[in-house]
Design a protein around this ligand. Structure first.
Ligand SMILES: [Zn+2]
Ligand SMILES: [Zn+2]
Ligand SMILES: [Zn+2]
Ligand SMILES: [Zn+2]
Length: 314
C-alpha cells in the first residue's frame, strides 16, 4: 500500500466536508435560535473530531510493521473504532437528555424556515459523504471508515427527523413532537454505537474470521492437494483491515526443507493474493505414515512441481 491510499483520501474528504456542514448549521442555529439546529451543529462538530481521530488512526494503521509492532498497526484502527463508538454513545445520551428536558420544560422556536433549509442541505451533504465513505470502506475493508460512514448516515436520519419535526411544529403548532422524534433518533444512535463496540471487540478479543473466509482459505489449500496430505489447526483473527492466520500443513517426510518451504511460501502468497489484507504463517509437519513409500509414491507428494514444472534433476 502506498501513501496516497484511498482510505486516507476518504478520511481527509470527510473532515473537510464535515467542517463545511458544521459551520453552516452553527450559523443557522444561532440565527434562527432553533435548539434543534444548534444540536445538529454540535453533532457535526463531533463528526469533525471523529473524522480527525479516524484520519490519524488509519494513517497509523497503514504504517508497515516495525520493531515495536512486528504484527503491523492494524489495531490502531480498532482502538479508533472503540473510541468513536464511545463518542457516538455520548452524543446519543446527550440527545436523550436534551429531548427529555425539552419535553418536560417545553421550548419556543422562531424562524423555522431557515433551520429547515439548512437541515435539508445538511441531510443531502451527509448522505453524499456516507455513500462515498461506505464505498471506500468496502473496497479497503476498513472498520474505521465503516464507522465514519455509519456516523454520517446516522446524521442523515438525525437531520431528516429534525427537519420533519420542525416542519410539523410550524404547521400544527405541536412543539412536543420535536423531542419525541429526537428520542427515536437517539435510540437508533445508541443501537449503532453498540454495534460498533461489538465490531471493535471482535478484534480486541481475537474472534475467528467469518466462516466464509475460513472456507476460502481451506479451498486455496486444497487446490494444492497434490503437494500435501492435509492441513489442520487453522487459527484466524483480525486487526483492523489485517487478517492474521496460521495453520499446520502436513507434507511428505521425504521432502527437503527447501521443497517444503517452497510449498508454504507459494501457499502464503496465493492466500495473500486472494484474501485482501491477509498475513499467513504456515507450520510444516511431516506425514506420519509408518511405511511411507517414498517421495514419488507418497500420497502427499504425487507430483513435485508447483504449477510450473521445474527442470528435471540430472
Ligand atoms: Zn498454487
Ligand atoms: Zn499439527
Ligand atoms: Zn510420505
Ligand atoms: Zn520463507
Amino acid at each position: 500500500m502506498t501513501r496516497t491510499n484511498p482510505k486516507i483520501k476518504a478520511a481527509r474528504f470527510s473532515i473537510v466536508t464535515a467542517t463545511g456542514l458544521a459551520a453552516l448549521k452553527l450559523v443557522a442555529g444561532l440565527h434562527t435560535g432553533s435548539m434543534a439546529v444548534l444540536a445538529s451543529a454540535i453533532d457535526s462538530l463531533l463528526d469533525i473530531l471523529m473524522s480527525g481521530v479516524n484520519y490519524l488512526a488509519i494513517r497509523q494503521a497503514e504504517q508497515p510493521p516495525d520493531e515495536s509492532h512486528p504484527f503491523g498497526h492494524g489495531k490502531f484502527e480498532t482502538v479508533a473504532t472503540l473510541v468513536q463508538s464511545l463518542f457516538i454513545a455520548l452524543s446519543g445520551g446527550w440527545i436523550i437528555f436534551e429531548s427529555l428536558r425539552r419535553l418536560l420544560q417545553g421550548s419556543s422556536l422562531v424562524h423555522l424556515e431557515g433551520g429547515i433549509t439548512v437541515l435539508a442541505l445538511s441531510a443531502a451533504g451527509s448522505w453524499a459523504i456516507s455513500r462515498h465513505l461506505r464505498r471506500v470502506a468496502r473496497q479497503t475493508d476498513s472498520t474505521a471508515l465503516q464507522a465514519d460512514a455509519l456516523h454520517f448516515s446516522m446524521d442523515v436520519y438525525t437531520n431528516l427527523a429534525l427537519l420533519v419535526g420542525l416542519g410539523l411544529i410550524s404547521l400544527l403548532k405541536t412543539p412536543w413532537l420535536d423531542p419525541i422524534l429526537s428520542l427515536l433518533v437517539a435510540g437508533y444512535i445508541l443501537y449503532e454505537a453498540l454495534r460498533l463496540v461489538r465490531h471493535g471487540l471482535r478484534d480486541v478479543l481475537d474472534e475467528e474470521l467469518p466462516e466464509q473466509i475460513r472456507q476460502e482459505v481451506a479451498r486455496l489449500i486444497k487446490e494444492h492437494r497434490e503437494h500435501l496430505l492435509d492441513f489442520h489447526n487453522l487459527r484466524t483473527r483480525r486487526a483492523g483491515s489485517q487478517k492474521i492466520m496460521d495453520f499446520h500443513l502436513t507434507v511428505c517426510k521425504h521432502l527437503s526443507v527447501e521443497e517444503a518451504h517452497a510449498i508454504s511460501d507459494h501457499l502464503e502468497k496465493r492466500i495473500q493474493e486472494e484474501i485482501r489484507g491477509s498475513d499467513v504463517t504456515i507450520h510444516i509437519e511431516q506425514c506420519v505414515e509408518e511405511k511411507c513409500p517414498g517421495r514419488e509414491k507418497c500420497p502427499a507428494e504425487k507430483t513435485r512441481d508447483l504449477h510450473s514444472p521445474r527442470p528435471k534433476e540430472p
